[in-house]
Design a protein around this ligand. Structure first.
Ligand SMILES: [Zn+2]
Length: 75
C-alpha cells in the first residue's frame, strides 16, 4: 500500500542511544544509532544489560541436569 511515498532508500528510526531520529540506511554506518557517539556510548550499557538478560535467560532456559541419568552408558 504505497501511495506515492517517494522516500529515498532507508528510513528514519529511533536511535536507541538518544531516542532521536536516526537514518537507517547503508549510508549510516552507526545504524540503528544516529551517530558513532550514540553507538559507543550505548554499547557499554546495552551489552552489559544484554549480558545479564542473556545469562538469566540461559539459566532459565537451560534445564538442570537430570538426576536420573537414563541412557546408553556404554558400560
Ligand atoms: Zn542518537
Amino acid at each position: 500500500m504505497t501511495t506515492g511515498n517517494s522516500a529515498p532508500a532507508g528510513r528514519t528510526v529511533k536511535c536507541p542511544g538518544c531516542g532521536g531520529p536516526s537514518l537507517f540506511s547503508p549510508e549510516n554506518r552507526w545504524r540503528p544509532f544516529c551517530s558513532e557517539r550514540c553507538r559507543t556510548a550505548d554499547l557499554g550499557a546495552w551489552a552489559e544489560d544484554r549480558y545479564r538478560v542473556a545469562a538469566a535467560s540461559q539459566d532459565t532456559e537451560s534445564p538442570p541436569p537430570d538426576p536420573q541419568r537414563l541412557g546408553p552408558d556404554g558400560h
